[in-house]
Design a protein around this ligand. Structure first.
Ligand SMILES: *[C@@H]1O[C@H](CO)[C@@H](O)[C@H](O)[C@H]1NC(C)=O
Ligand SMILES: *[C@@H]1O[C@H](CO)[C@@H](O)[C@H](O)[C@H]1NC(C)=O
Ligand SMILES: *[C@@H]1O[C@H](CO)[C@@H](O)[C@H](O)[C@H]1NC(C)=O
Length: 435
């Protein structure tokens, strides 16, 4: 553990310092053109996110250089409640394998206008587009591909919110793209952290909230012990960016984990209770697991219906694995596979595995509380981790746009997901879970 922490710190010192010194952290409201949307504060936060995710990957993958090694899968006792796992009639849609889908893709970089440059792999010339021709086949039942007509019909008069970091945006962009064959939304930005897509013909709203920690947070130091900044996290205060709006949501898809790697001071009831990697002798290090657990708990509590505001369906999406192979994330580590892993050839490891376990635990207790509270709210676990660990072929690698930085070059992105691509399946799952 000592040596791993040391290595992580060294990488952060070198990379994060240059990143922080060459980007502007202010938050201008996004403009309406595509170019503008892609830059400014979003470039900065996405850059940070990517670096932090990559740091995790470097830790995990440097520790496990042999990627074919298979570790035991997930704790079985947490997986036994099949009815909550997106299944109707006992089918667990999150266990299965990837099978060929010659009909994919269902949109392209030319037909969908919202694909962020960070994962526009077609537009940036990814040479082998075979990664789009796969669909997820659950064991024991079929998961039909996303039907945009059916989805829009189901969503008439409803609001669907995505809450989280840039992987939540990746998911939202996939949904908007899948819907383009039927309808184009009008887009508005009530704030720099809140984007709204409105489908007038269906009176359907998709809202996206930038909330990388889910809870209220503020940066208190641009440097700190890891030179990545230090953040105050208010672990029992769901971020007002989204929490103020929960009464408007019919569906909320919550996901977060990647931002928790950076050093933070942890507050509960307004009082400092500890930190993650602050390296202060008088403050207990409660670890990033604790921070993610409590933030997840707070987010699910805001969606529990206990205060009578939210009355819809809350979905928690589990940790998304980053997948660098053959080296360090900021050097020669890359994702160059051209086909999915077969079942059992790869498994989530290290901290990501622990994150998933704690997400399942927090989901289980929130789900129980919602049921005990009268069942006004439905809670669903969107357990995509196991499917995605098999898709190291479906990341952008170097085939994506990247605003040049003076001292900072991220070579390969093995964190986000090409669109069109593997995470279009998340919307197959979403439709199946909500129907
Ligand atoms: C889409 O990608 C192709 C290459 O696959 C490229 O020629 C085309 O210009 C791209 N379109 C847009 C709108 O970026
Ligand atoms: C749109 O849906 C909302 C509920 O989300 C409803 O209050 C409103 O009346 C609907 N508007 C129209 C024009 O149907
Ligand atoms: C920890 O110690 C530093 C000085 O050594 C002090 O400034 C800080 O307030 C202390 N923090 C707490 C939580 O006691």
């Amino acid at each position: 553990m000592r040596t791993r922490l040391g290595r992580r710190q060294i990488i952060r010192v070198v990379v994060m310092r240059s990143l922080l010194h060459t980007t502007n952290s202010s938050s201008p409201p996004p403009g309406s053109s595509r170019k503008q949307q892609h830059c400014g504060s979003r470039c900065f936060v996405v850059s940070l996110l990517l670096v932090l995710l990559a740091l995790v990957a470097s830790d995990v993958y440097l520790s496990f250089p042999n990627r074919r090694r298979v570790l035991p899968l997930f704790p079985q006792q947490l997986l036994s409640r099949r009815q909550q796992r997106g299944g109707e009639g006992g089918c667990d849609i999150f266990r299965g394998e990837w099978v060929p889908d010659p009909d994919a893709p269902y949109y392209t970089n030319d037909t969908c206008k919202v694909i962020h440059e960070h994962y526009d792999c077609m537009g940036y010339g990814k040479p082998d587009l075979g990664f789009v021709n796969w669909r997820w086949q659950p064991d024991g039942c079929d998961l039909p591909r996303f039907n945009p007509w059916r989805f829009l019909h189901m969503m008439r008069g409803k609001t669907l919110a995505f809450v989280g970091d840039s992987l939540g945006r990746n998911h939202k962009d996939s949904l908007i793209c899948l819907l383009t064959t039927v309808a184009e939304p009008t887009t508005s930005w009530p704030s720099s952290k809140h984007t709204v897509y409105y489908y007038a013909d269906y009176n359907f709203t998709v809202a996206h909230f930038w909330a990388p920690y889910l809870v209220r947070h503020e940066q208190i130091d641009e440097d700190g012990p890891a030179h990545t900044g230090v953040w105050n996290l208010y672990l029992d205060e769901p971020d007002g960016v989204w929490a103020a709006h929960v009464a408007e949501f019919d569906y909320a898809v919550v996901s977060a984990s990647s931002w928790f790697y950076r050093p933070s001071m942890l507050y509960e009831a307004g009082r400092l209770v500890g930190c993650h990697y602050c390296r202060l002798p008088n403050v207990t290090d409660l670890t990033l697991r604790y921070a993610l657990r409590m933030a997840t708990r707070a987010a699910l509590r805001a969606l529990s219906g206990a205060d009578g505001r939210f009355r819809g369906t809350a979905l928690l999406r589990t940790v998304d694995p980053s997948q660098y192979e053959g080296g360090e994330w900021n050097k020669d580590g890359n994702c160059v596979r051209t086909a999915p892993f077969r079942r059992g050839q790869n498994a989530v490891q290290g901290l990501e595995r622990e994150f998933r376990t704690l997400q399942l635990e927090e989901f289980a207790s929130a789900e129980k509380a919602a049921t005990d509270g009268g069942g006004k709210v439905r809670m669903l676990l969107m357990d995509t981790t196991e499917a995605m660990i098999l898709r190291a072929d479906a990341h952008p690698s170097k085939y994506r746009g990247w605003t040049p930085e003076k001292h900072f070059t991220l070579h390969n992105d093995c964190v986000h997901w090409c669109l069109p691509g593997a995470i279009d399946t998340w919307n197959d799952m979403l439709l199946h879970m909500l129907k």
